[in-house]
Design a protein around this ligand. Sequence first.
Ligand code: NAI
Length: 331
Amino acid sequence: MYKVTLIPGDGIGPEVSNAMVKVVEATGVDIEWEKVEAGADVIDEFGVPLPDYVIDSIKKNKVAIKGPITTPVGKGFKSVNVTLRQELDLYVNLRPIKSFQGIKSRYEGIDLVIVRENTEDLYAGIEHKIGDYGAESIKLITRPACERIVEFACKYVKDNNRRKLTGVHKANIMKLSDGLFLDVFREVAQKSGVDYDDLIVDAAAMNLVINPDKFDVMVMPNLYGDILSDLCAGLVGGLGIIPGANIGEDVAVFEAVHGSAPDIAGKNIANPTALIQSAVMMLRYLGEYENADKIERALEKVFEEGTRLTVDLGGNVGTSEFVDALIEKIK
Ligand code: NAI
């Protein structure tokens, strides 16, 4: 039996989390979910959006899966997601982007992986005002953080028989910060023996749209990883599909790339695939390969049939009907 911390989140979080739990349980895997809450709704009770007991639960269970959590824009508390990644030192954000047959998109056969540095860069949260005149955010890039993320990416390429690693940066302009990332990328990649190249982030964005086949595994600092993940989601049918894992030395938190989608929350129309695919990654992390495969095959079948797709994919079924279709295939 596994004990997994479950953070349902807010917005569409509770809907997609419920869907994920049902699908995972349909495989028969024995998981006890330790449900804990974080976000704006717990501030009244605990005084903070990320109470200590949430962190403690994840540290104890070592594995967590979470729904999205809303972050106030331009004001208010610091992102719970960013804080969680920093507190638990979850330095890798791993995001596989793969096409499913049956999901309409301008591209076919996409199979890319983004490895995003998850603890520093402009997300370090070091910013201050310059009176009424301006504001300054510090872009923190350190050698140890660059080394460990590139080492992870190289190992991922080897372990998964991938063909190439591309380092994405803007070292032509930010010669010191991104320059350091690029130097470390070249050193570590060279030493590891993987095939590698590098590209500035703006060129990477254009090339991903024109010719995504050029890419395989990509590694990059935090901000570029955030932006290019959404771009890549757009290549395969949107944010409803793409899973993710935040990985540290001995703790991992699985979550979709998408946010809390307040525009569709509570309407039973959210696509739970992204969190379900995050659960597939979690099951593999736990060594539950067969159960992970069962869910993946069910997703493939439902998408191939194409008759029970959620609204974002051009279909007309709700979250719960889509879950029923998956469970039918699993059983
Ligand atoms: P979003 O990802 O929530 O939504 C962008 C668009 O994609 C919306 O039109 C939404 O309806 C659609 N969408 C997203 N997920 C979907 C799904 N599963 N099924 C169908 N459609 C889906 O991004 P947005 O609106 O910029 O952010 C909303 C909130 O989420 C913000 O407060 C943001 O800070 C937070 N956020 C949280 C994340 C996390 O908890 N890891 C990640 C990204 C954003």
